[in-house]
Design a protein around this ligand. Structure first.
Ligand code: SF4
Ligand code: SF4
Length: 211
């Protein structure tokens, strides 16, 4: 991360079974980027980057006007607080983490991932309807940043979300702690009005469809 909307092919997206699949390192990166794009995550990155929040800042692999010159499994798998929260609400975060947990050799801004990796947990397709939720969240973030006097307000929000999301993921067996953290996250994201409206509609549609 971050990433742009013009990702490449998705040859392995139909892999729905839990049987072992051998994937190339490039395919792993491509499928990750494709999923992020399907989720509309680039809308969120766009707002973050335009407010000086890029996670690629000062990276030696970043070229002006050209973007990342050393795309790797680590940066593709990595999620900031916004994306953790977004995938969590989309019920996609566990699938995302389970997929990347299988990929060896992830490091900071580079990888030592082998050219071929055996994968048993596929990365499911994202519902195309989700993309508009990414747009809605991006619009909320832009509005929140615009209406706050403190410059970089959304970046502080991103870090708090990151902290609470990590705590939430690591306290699955502690129901009370989970509830406390869910309340904190709800309070932090109270300004995401467009996103929550879209999210409710999305969930209602899923419920009507019986999924
Ligand atoms: S910190 Fe998150 S939202 Fe910002 S550019 Fe990186 S991945 Fe995108
Ligand atoms: S390698 Fe550097 S430029 Fe490329 S995605 Fe990672 S942080 Fe960004």
């Amino acid at each position: 991360m971050p990433f742009s909307a013009n990702s490449t092919s998705d040859r392995l997206s139909g892999a729905a079974s839990r049987s072992k699949t051998v994937m190339s390192r490039n395919d792993i990166i491509e499928i990750g980027l494709k999923r992020l794009n399907d989720l509309g995550s680039h809308h969120i990155c766009h707002v973050c980057i335009s407010n000086s929040g890029s996670c690629c800042r000062n990276c030696v692999h970043l070229r002006d006007g050209l973007g990342c010159q050393k795309r790797n499994t680590s940066c593709t798998a990595w999620l900031c607080g916004f994306h953790k929260y977004f995938m969590y609400e989309m019920n996609f975060l566990d699938d995302w983490n389970a997929f990347w947990d299988q990929i060896p050799g992830q490091d900071y801004r580079e990888d030592y991932t082998p050219e071929l990796v055996s994968v048993t947990q596929p990365l499911p397709q994202a519902d195309p309807a989700i993309a508009r939720l990414g747009e809605a969240l991006a619009a909320d973030l832009q509005e929140i940043e615009r209406s706050n006097i403190a410059i970089g307000f959304i970046l502080t929000l991103r870090e708090k979300l990151d902290k609470y999301m990590d705590q939430l993921l690591h306290s699955r067996l502690d129901y009370k702690k989970q509830l406390r953290l869910q309340r904190k996250i709800k309070s932090l994201t109270i300004g995401f009005s467009r996103f929550h409206r879209e999210l409710n509609q999305y969930r209602e549609t899923l419920a009507d469809q019986g999924t």
